[in-house]
Design a protein around this ligand. Structure first.
Ligand code: KG4
Ligand code: ZN
Length: 344
């Protein structure tokens, strides 16, 4: 168990692992005093995906103004902050390094402790912000652009990965299928929107299961099935109903994610289920998971969409619990692009 101090702990959090430059001030892990997100999407969308070199350069340009804005909006000065928390992995190495270097400089200059935070731990901790009563243990389905992990949150900072993807991450599948349909980047929100006009039962796409690993995921077969369907249609010069493809693909992804999460909840006897990561803002996934939990009498938690996609408030939430657990980094902290959950 974590011992909670009887004074307020204010964390300045920094996130720069991919294409959002973000800073936030979070009090006691659950109260967001400011949450500034600078999205670089407009610079990347013409290339159909995130260009690492552009991401690093934009982070360098924006990191100082974003941090200043976060402090200003919180009404606090750097001197009032108890610790600086920063995402140090996983992510793009050049992008991560901008946040890590900035956090080290601030911690050194202001004589504050430096708390290294795992990006996925941040996504999971986004659930604490709007659910003040949520405490481990609970099950969390993490679905982002780079990760698909079914995680048992045993305690603050203690995780057991029950299921993972063998190939594409859920968000990656959304992005690739959106590109194939011609919806552009980033694909997740575009498929979500398009699917609302389509029939989710129009096309039967495969629900991939991994033999011998019932809680694992595989999305590459589904992605290929969508590509084959589109190619066959185009070869025959037949019109493609984009909304039906989007809705049917989305249904296939959502049903596998919900089924595996329910299976894990049953197997491990948990009655608290949470969603996290960019794909957790998908409207079909949110309602299907909510419905499945309701039917079984489970409590269901999910962050608001703005706290699902990359942001620094979630890093401040995770950073608070890491801070209380005494986790600190020195000025030799480095970015770790392939950092595993639960590793330091
Ligand atoms: O968590 P995130 O912001 O970044 C990573 O840590 O990867 O997730 C980004 C991913 C992208 O693949 C994006 O297409 C997907 O989340 N995404 C969505 C939606 N909004 C974002 N996928 C499905 N439906 C959405 N509404
Ligand atoms: Zn993320």
């Amino acid at each position: 168990m974590i011992e909670v101090p009887d004074r307020d702990i204010k964390i300045l959090a920094i996130e720069s692992s991919c294409d959002e430059t973000a800073a936030a001030v979070v009090r006691n892990g659950r109260e967001v005093l400011s949450n500034i997100i600078y999205s670089q999407i407009k610079f990347h969308e013409v290339y159909g995906g995130v260009v690492p070199e552009i991401a690093s350069r934009k982070h360098i340009e924006k990191i100082n103004p974003v941090i200043e804005a976060a402090l200003k909006e919180s009404g606090l000065q750097l001197a009032d902050i108890d610790a600086v928390a920063v995402t140090y992995g996983p992510g793009l190495v050049g992008a991560l390094l901008v946040g890590v270097s900035e956090a080290k400089a601030l911690a050194y200059a202001a004589h504050k402790p430096l708390v290294p935070v795992h990006h996925i731990e941040g996504h999971i901790s986004a659930n604490y912000i709007e659910n003040k009563d949520l405490e481990p243990p609970f099950l969390c389905m993490v679905v982002s652009g780079g990760h698909t992990h079914l995680v048992m949150v045993d305690d603050y900072g203690k995780y057991t990965i029950l299921g993972r993807t063998h190939d594409d991450a859920a968000g990656e599948a959304f992005d690739k299928v959106a590109r194939a349909i011609g919806l552009g980047y980033p694909g997740g929100p575009k498929i979500d929107k398009k699917a609302k006009e389509g029939d989710p039962d129009a096309i039967e796409f495969p629900r991939a299961h991994v033999k011998g690993a019932p809680l694992d995921f595989s999305f590459s077969g589904l992605k290929s099935a969508v590509l084959n369907y589109l190619n066959a249609k185009r070869m025959k010069n037949e019109a493609v109903n984009e909304a039906d493809v989007a809705a049917s693909f989305q249904k296939a992804v959502v049903s596998v994610i919900v089924d595996h999460t329910m299976e894990a909840a049953k197997t491990y006897h948990v009655k608290k289920v949470a969603l996290a990561g960019g794909v957790a803002s998908n409207s079909a996934l949110r309602s299907a998971m909510e419905e499945a939990c309701k039917r079984r009498g489970y409590s269901f938690y999910r962050p608001s969409p703005i706290l699902c996609t990359d942001n620094a408030a979630m890093i401040g939430a995770a950073g608070y619990y890491d801070y209380l657990r005494g986790i600190r980094a020195g000025l030799d902290l480095n970015a770790v692009p392939n950092l595993k959950l639960g590793e330091r």
